[in-house]
Design a protein. Sequence first.
Length: 258
Amino acid sequence: MIKKPLLWLLFLAGVFIGSLKLSGEIHPRLLYLSDAIKVGFLNASEGVIRHVRRHFDQVEEIKLLTKELHDKEKLQMTVMALDSELKRLLRFLASNLEVRYPDFKLVRTLSYAEIGDYHKVWLEHDLSLFPPEKIFGLIQNGFAAGIVTNHKGRAMGLLNGDERCSYSVYVGELKAPGIIKALGEGRIVADFIPSWLDVKEGDEVVTSGLDGIFFENIKVGRVTSIRQSQGYLVAEIRPYADSLHPRYFWLIDTLPQP
């Protein structure tokens, strides 16, 4: 009878000693696993933080580069305007002409003005302070892209190919005068070119600056074909500006000369 309690005591003592030994082996492993989980969590957290910071740094860098690009484009157009004005002044050096430089505004396209018409857009620019008859020029990537009309204070962009988009140009090295008009399906021509002037395929077309919409020598496109019409030459033009992707433009106010 005495042996059974003794055996139970020995058994319990063995279990206790074994549990102590086992816990001594498991506890460090549990601590190691816990540390590994903490390290993994911290690494993941730091990775997310670095990713978020990198994202915001990229956003700020993109904003800065976009502003620098816009400033560069504006400077390039100002240089173009100054070069055009310098050439004009050199031709009239003896005059006392007061120079007024064009004003440029970066404008964003809001939407198409009419569904299915890809050459008429609403622009984000307030024209309520300008007279209704005022017409502005539109420049895209350094090229003449169309005109802007004042529609009840709203800016409506009429791009190259629109039937109401018209401005004066020079064609070729001889600077043959012409008027930009729509030919249909987004195509444009320089119309009313004097028939006695030598105009040929491949000639470059630039703005003349004589209509008060653009200044002189903004590139429009190249002549692809020529035909006679009612005593004038009509030159079809492949425009440089991309009217199918009208996201941003430079609106130009040439400011009338005194």
